[in-house]
Design a protein around this ligand. Structure first.
Ligand code: NAD
Length: 486
């Protein structure tokens, strides 16, 4: 059994209770972890609070060196970390190796950024004065991470938060806490209390962290409904919130694109991680003149995808995280069929796999707006395909969603591309090459998909506050001061 990691020490949870972590591919218990409670939150926050003044004063160059060391340790433990990630998330070992590398890159990136960013000098109103804009850390950042990318989304928060001089308390999702608890190996060269890791349920540990009076900032990735709940909880403390929430991404496929490349790319973005990606293509709009051709090719590619366990190197589509999630996807496909959609690939549990929460990658033709399936995020391996006739109509349909996280256009027409990136309501826009993240490229959502940005310079600024200093060096009496009596 793993332990909580508070103040650079291993500790049992105060409640004495545990949580089981189950492999989604085998339904076997992989390990148990402490089910922490509010007392553990108090201990972790107290440790982070003690560490904050020292970490804030640590020169940025020294903090940067320590982040580079974290990156090195991530790479050094890559194989073991990737296996743990596969056991708890179900995702392929191949992809998880890549996510460990990606996360290390994120630490390197923020180490580089913080080395030469310390605010600026601005013009003063009069000679003999100095005006400064200082960028300071916020204090303790509560980092709450979802199940689908336990390491990468943690790195996107923790690396910039530490670079900026904050201390952190990390809470992973209950289904995927194992790798997070192993990260003491990546952080135990940092001063005591700078990083603290606690596990437990969202309702108990998550709520206690958000409400804690000593935590001024919450960096959260998860569903829109939990994000709304956190927004309300944080209001009393006027906390700074960073919210990366749900999505229902549109892909528009124009007749002038390379249709084969588009079909392959949509299969990649719709079924990666069994569709449990916040930027999965969940609505695919295809120009009427190539609709049939695209549908046939896409269904054909989908049927050939290998469904299986993430430990098997041949696997392309992995299981959903839990039984409940698999059953929900199944029920929503059945409902879509009742409402007129047609299954042209998948649409069932794979008969050859008796264990695990698998669902075949599924292509739904004749989908349309107004169907219940399209009203909520799907978060499963299901791609609804719809025709459009004009580019205006495609843009209108793509924007007809409460979400605005990612969006992809497949086209070779520069005029359409320009219109698209000006008019599409999404924070992450891809043209011909979906789901590509860049450490220097800010990532985040518009509308109900969230507040703030991760990655890039914006991702660092989320964890800083701004102070304006006006210093009259000569301290002379100014003509505009009140003429007070002697
Ligand atoms: P979730 O909202 O159920 O949980 C996310 C995290 O919040 C978990 O750690 C959970 O324990 C915690 N939590 C739950 N209830 C809480 C509460 N009352 N107070 C505080 N914390 C609480 O989400 P999930 O099912 O783990 O993840 C899937 C969701 O995450 C999807 O909606 C997906 O789109 C979204 N997501 C968004 C992005 C993005 O960058 N926008 C990235 C990945 C996932």
């Amino acid at each position: 059994m793993r332990k909580l990691w508070i103040d650079r020490e291993f500790t049992d949870g105060a409640t004495g209770q545990t949580l089981q972590v189950v492999d989604p591919a085998t339904e076997e218990v992989v390990d148990v972890v402490p089910k922490g409670g509010p007392l553990d939150v108090d201990r972790a926050v107290a440790a982070a609070k003690r560490a904050f003044p020292g970490w804030k004063r640590t020169p940025a160059l020294a903090r940067a060196e320590m982040l580079v060391e974290s990156a090195r340790r991530l790479r050094q433990n890559k194989e073991e970390f990737a296996v743990t990630l596969t056991r708890e998330t179900g995702r392929t070992l191949r992809k998880n190796r890549g996510y460990v590398d990606w996360s290390a890159t994120c630490f390197d990136y923020y180490a580089g950024l913080i080395r030469d960013r310390r605010g600026r000098v601005i013009p003063s109103a009069a000679p003999g004065q100095l005006n400064l804009v200082l960028k300071e850390p916020l204090g303790i950042v509560g980092c709450i991470v979802p199940f689908n990318y336990p390491l990468m989304l943690l790195a996107w928060k923790v690396a910039p938060a530490l670079a900026a001089g904050n201390t952190v308390v990390i809470k992973p999702a209950s289904a995927t806490p194992l790798l997070t608890l192993d990260l003491h190996r990546v952080f135990d060269h940092l001063p005591k209390g700078v990083v603290n890791i606690i596990t437990g349920s969202g309702g108990e540990v998550g709520d206690a962290l958000v409400k804690h009076p000593d935590v001024p900032c919450i960096a959260f990735t998860g569903s829109t409904s939990t994000g709304q709940h956190i927004y309300r909880l944080a209001a009393d403390g006027i906390k700074k919130l960073h919210l990366e929430l749900g999505g229902s991404d549109a892909a528009i496929i124009c007749a002038d694109c390379d249709l084969e490349a588009a079909a392959r790319a949509v299969a990649w973005t719709a079924f990666l991680n069994a569709g449990q990606v916040c930027t999965s293509a969940e609505r695919v709009y295809v120009e009427q003149s190539v609709y049939r051709r695209f549908l046939e090719r896409f269904a054909d590619l989908t049927q050939k995808l290998v469904v299986g366990a993430g430990m098997d190197e041949r696997t392309e589509v992995t299981p959903l995280i839990g039984r409940k999630e698999r059953d929900q996807v199944e029920a929503r496909v059945a409902q879509a069929q009742k409402e007129g959609a047609r299954v042209v690939a998948g649409g069932r549990r794979p008969p050859q796999l008796s264990k695990g929460w698998f669902y075949e990658p599924t292509v739904l033709a004749d989908a349309r707006h107004g169907m219940s399936l399209l009203e909520e995020e799907i978060f499963g391996p299901v791609a609804p395909i719809m025709p459009f006739t004009t580019f205006d109509e495609a843009l209108h349909l793509a924007n007809d969603s409460p979400y605005g996280l990612g969006a992809t256009l497949f086209s070779s027409d520069a005029k359409k591309v320009r219109r698209y990136f000006e008019e599409i309501e999404a924070g992450n826009v891809w043209v011909n090459d979906p789901l590509v993240d860049n450490p220097a490229g800010p990532f985040g959502g518009m509308k109900m998909s969230g507040l703030g940005r991760e990655l890039g310079e914006e991702g660092l600024e989320e964890f800083q506050q701004t102070k304006h200093v006006h210093w009259d060096i000569e301290a002379s009496i100014k003509p505009w001061w009140y003429p007070l009596p002697e």
